[in-house]
Design a protein. Structure first.
Lengths: 417, 558
């Protein structure tokens, strides 16, 4: 029997497992597979700030005061800061260092040349901060389907951020029988001769650019040395831009978690799909993992549910419009009838943040107490030894608020403490 | 620049209008085909893809049934590249009246439809997904027909026959001088530019919109739009077209189309032919009816829902049927199921005293060629042109990109081609195996690359974005590749992604549960969290000159 079983190997589950272990618990992670690390952009969004309130602490205080049911308000802003501190501990040994002062957001360019606010970003993203002046050269491998530097640069340029786009030859991606993914490119960048060739090509085309943006493929396992070396060879700061999935920065983060958990002796068991929980009165007795010969029951003093939301699989839906929490069948905050879940217009409403309305379905999830225990509609705790972290939680809109990473940072810490 | 200068303007770029334009061009006339959206963007592109054997109409509407089987045989000859000879079954499920099958079989015989009963075991061997307790099964000469491929070929051929294909040109008015039609004024949907086109004759082949066009020339005709909703399931559940052997009803046809299977339809009277909304009850009914043919149907991932609007025609009693018998629909209660599905050609000179205008309305995709022939005959009669129709024997040249697309559609074929290609041609759309060079080839043929709807047009050419991800990955890639071709600037490329995302969204939204819901959330994550497209969607809307949603039918089946 473990002290803590974490269900889910997304960022919330992995961070909660790390924090619980650090506090001395015997921890096990059960997951059906890898989680949303592999689709995350790489930076850490906490909350969008407005032109009027650029201060991130001010915006957070204001937000929690006006949204008492929001995970930030329930977990407390202290949990957010402690979650970030824990993440730094996980990442630093892997060579991932986050920059950002948590006072104002960084403004980072996207692959489309739009801008995104983020509280923190890996240092390989930092030189892209558009609050820092300086001409930008956006570069990508010629003919690669997942990144279009000229489109990115032209969009940045028409917003007043001086930028040019250029492609560089990368014959290696054309020799195989398969398209090269961001992971394949990251491995190519780990080869010094390829780096030298790319750097030489781009050096000759800097013509005044003070920084170079590349798709986020600058090394995977040997990211830190790859990035530093490329930067040295180019002679100007190099920054990464998030790509279409799979996300190389997200995989670096996953690997950092894996190493940290391994150091702590925490088993991370993938392909272990929990079919259901064992309910004993108002407690979880354990969880059931079916296998071909028998059903295995894993017991623990505390179960941390980090199974994700509707995307991650923590909540399932069917054609009858039924929404169900996958493990314990916990009551869900369901926003109206299925016909109300999504707006007719795909993108417009959320763009008018903070005044706009998101697709109502983003607010779906499990409602919890301040200790992240699931509660019923009256607010009564229904399972004392269950804690919920991450996207399974109700009451927040990660895309509209820009809070996707901040909520797992804060609630993983709160759930594990 | 279009000087006055055509013998005939054909209004409506669906199968009927395309067919009329081609028929007249083959008779030596100079024809302009005018369409407010893309070719096949209206009803023709929103059907289930079934080339009818006529069996569906044999019992109640023998005229339609005979037209169907005759045209079915002709179309197999003249548009072979657009047809996959899947064959069809009529099946009596446990939910159907077993006695109907005998009535139906006799009616098929009377109409000349080759329907043959086969043992249930044989039907199940051929289509193992069918309900195991079906009572009877019949083989009929149904086929799957891709209307996009038909219209693409027509649109490409017309200029080579001295005509013009004007897509995204909406007819604003018809020029009538005295009691004679002299041409039409059209508006470029992107630029707003107006043009007057003069012609000796105008053919109104606007389908469900035909009443509005006729009214522009002062002629009153009553078209009753009847909306039909369809759903594409993510897998090719059957390889044979499946029809229920019972009186026509909702959700009783299942058609394998490319990599998916399409179930249809409902039949709902609507007042506005632009109403292509899909209602939750329609989706639920289609899934429930699908269960009766293929058990487990509603558990399968549903990919996309859309609706097309049938042009049911009703001739007023006072007018004598100059061009065929009066047609009638039964009113609201039957939702159009009792309406005859034959067609009418209205010569407005005889009917309304307006020279130079012919309307062709009603019918269905399978009989488009016959409708076109009759309409073209009426045009030639007014013009005094004495050339016979040749469309029965004229084989339409294949104008698809890529030209090698095989039938039957099997993704493995395409994979082999892609893998065998020398040097890597990147896959822009992984679901439908669309490569970058195919995209570039199609883009070079596109008449107006900067148009915000360019990706949706290319979708109809290539199946771009029609697979499970519904554009989440390929929208950005395709826009980036087009931008690299220098045919459009970054603002236009960005608008194109947003436009494509919204059009795909319309068909996904009614089906968001299970895996489709997860996919939609991933797509939203890509567009917003990774690309930041929502920030642009707001900024671009202010400068976009695209027509308002709903005024332009460009939504079409997956």
């Amino acid at each position: 029997m473990d002290d803590v079983i974490v269900i889910g190997a997304g960022p919330a589950g992995l961070l909660a497992a790390y924090i619980a272990r650090r506090r001395g618990a015997r921890v096990r992670v059960l997951a059906s597979g890898i989680g949303t690390t592999h689709v995350m952009p790489g930076w850490l969004g906490v909350l969008h700030t407005s032109e009027a309130e650029r201060s991130l602490p001010g915006a957070l205080e204001g937000w929690t005061a006006t949204h008492p049911e929001h995970p930030y308000a329930l977990a407390g802003l202290d949990a957010l800061h402690q979650g970030i501190a824990a993440l730094r501990e996980v990442c630093e040994p892997a060579g991932i260092n986050y920059v950002g002062d948590l006072r104002t957001n960084l403004i980072l360019p996207t692959a489309l040349g739009a801008t995104i606010q983020a509280a923190l970003a890996p240092e390989s993203f930092a030189a892209g901060n558009l609050l820092t002046p300086g001409e930008i050269l956006i570069a990508g491998p010629e003919g690669w389907r997942d990144f279009y530097p000229r489109l990115c640069a032209e969009n940045l340029d028409r917003q007043g951020f001086s930028a040019r786009g250029v492609t560089f030859p990368m014959p290696e991606i054309k020799t195989g029988r398969f398209d090269v993914t961001p992971v394949g490119l990251a491995r190519l960048f780990e080869q010094p001769p390829i780096r030298e060739r790319v750097a030489g090509y781009l050096r000759a085309r800097l013509s005044g650019a003070t920084r170079v943006g590349l798709p986020a493929v600058i090394g995977l396992e040997r990211h830190a040395e790859t990035w530093h070396d490329l930067q040295d060879r180019l002679g100007v700061p190099v920054f990464e831009l998030a790509t279409l999935p799979p996300s190389v920065p997200g995989m670096r983060l996953f690997n950092a978690f894996k190493q940290a958990l391994a150091r702590g002796g925490v088993p991370l068991l993938l392909d272990m799909t929990v079919a259901r929980g064992v309910v004993e009165g108002n407690r979880a007795g354990g969880v059931v993992v079916p296998n071909p010969s028998r059903e295995a029951i894993y017991r623990a003093g505390t179960v941390i549910l980090a199974t994700g939301g509707l995307y991650g699989g923590g909540i399932t839906t069917d054609h009858r419009g039924e929404m169900r929490e996958a493990i314990f069948g916990l009551p869900l905050n369901v926003p109206g009838d299925p016909g109300d879940w999504f707006e007719a217009t795909f993108l417009s409403r959320a763009a008018s943040f903070p005044a706009g309305r998101p697709h109502a379905i983003h607010l779906a999830g499990v409602r919890v107490s301040a200790s992240m225990q699931p509660v019923d509609e009256t607010g009564r705790v229904i399972m004392e030894n269950v804690r919920v972290a991450g996207r399974l939680l109700a009451g927040y809109d990660p895309l509209g608020e820009g809070s996707a990473e901040g909520v797992w940072l804060a609630t993983a810490h709160r759930a594990a403490s | 620049m279009i000087a006055g200068d055509f013998d005939v303007i054909v209004i409506g770029g669906g199968a009927t209008g395309g067919g009329v334009a081609l028929d007249l061009a083959l008779r030596g006339l100079r024809v302009a085909l005018v369409e407010r959206g893309d070719l096949a963007a209206g009803t023709s592109g929103r059907y289930h893809g079934l080339l009818h054997s006529g069996g569906r109409y044999a019992v109640r509407d023998a005229d339609s049934a005979r037209e169907c089987i005759t045209e079915n045989r002709i179309l197999r000859r003249i548009v072979p590249h657009a047809i996959e000879d899947t064959g069809g079954f009529f099946i009596t499920t446990p939910d159907d009246d077993p006695a109907y099958a005998d009535t139906w079989l006799a009616a098929c015989r009377d109409c000349g439809i080759d329907a043959a009963e086969i043992p249930v075991a044989e039907a199940l061997r051929q289509e193992p997904a069918l309900h195991p307790r079906i009572l009877r099964a019949f083989r009929v000469p149904d086929a799957a027909c891709d209307s996009f491929d038909v219209l693409t070929s027509m649109g490409a051929l017309l200029p080579r026959l001295g005509g013009a294909t004007l897509t995204y040109h909406e007819v604003i008015s018809i020029n009538v001088v005295g009691a004679r039609v002299k041409g039409a004024v059209v508006r470029n949907a992107r630029t707003g530019e107006m043009r007057a086109i003069s012609a000796e004759m105008v053919v109104n082949a606007a389908g469900a919109w035909a009443g509005r066009i006729a009214a522009m020339a002062g002629c009153a005709i009553t078209v009753r739009p009847s909306k039909g909703t369809l759903v594409a399931m993510a897998y090719r559940l059957v390889n044979t077209i499946i029809n229920r052997c019972h009186p026509p009803a909702d959700g009783d046809i299942l058609v394998p189309v490319g990599t998916v299977a399409v179930i249809g339809t409902t039949s709902v009277p609507v007042s506005d032919p632009n109403d292509t909304s899909t209602q939750p009850w329609e989706i639920q009914r289609l899934l429930a009816e699908g269960e009766k043919m293929v058990p487990g149907f509603s558990e399968v991932r549903a990919l996309r829902a859309w609706a097309g609007v049938r042009p049911l025609y009703e001739e007023p009693r006072t007018a004598s049927g100059q061009a065929g018998e009066p047609r009638s629909v039964s009113g609201q209660a039957g939702g159009g199921r009792e309406a005859k599905r034959t067609f009418a050609v209205l010569d407005h000179l005889h009917r309304d005293g307006v020279a130079g205008l012919v309307t062709v309305v009603g019918g269905k995709f399978t009989t488009y060629r016959l409708m076109a022939e009759r309409a073209a005959d009426a045009v030639c009669a007014q013009l005094g042109v004495d050339r016979a129709c040749s469309t029965k024997d004229f084989v339409l040249p294949d104008a698809r990109v890529p030209l090698s697309a095989p039938r039957p559609h099997w993704l493995g074929h395409r994979l082999e081609d892609v893998e065998a290609a020398k040097g890597l041609d990147p896959l822009i759309c992984e679901c439908e195996l669309v490569t970058r060079s195919e995209l570039e080839t199609a883009a070079r043929e596109h008449p107006d690359l900067p148009a915000p709807w360019v990706l949706d047009d290319l979708r109809r050419d290539l199946r771009l974005g029609m697979g499970p991800c519904q554009g989440g990955f390929c929208g950005y890639r395709a826009a980036g590749a087009l931008h690299d071709m220098r045919g459009l600037d970054a603002a236009q490329a960005t608008s194109a992604i947003a436009d494509f995302a919204q059009r795909r969204w319309k068909g996904q939204r009614p089906l968001l549960w299970g895996q489709s819901l997860r996919q939609a959330l991933l797509d939203e994550h890509i567009y917003r969290a990774i690309l930041g497209l929502d920030r642009w969607a707001v900024a671009e809307r202010k400068v976009e000159t695209a027509p308002a949603q709903g005024s332009l039918a460009t939504e079409a089946p997956a």
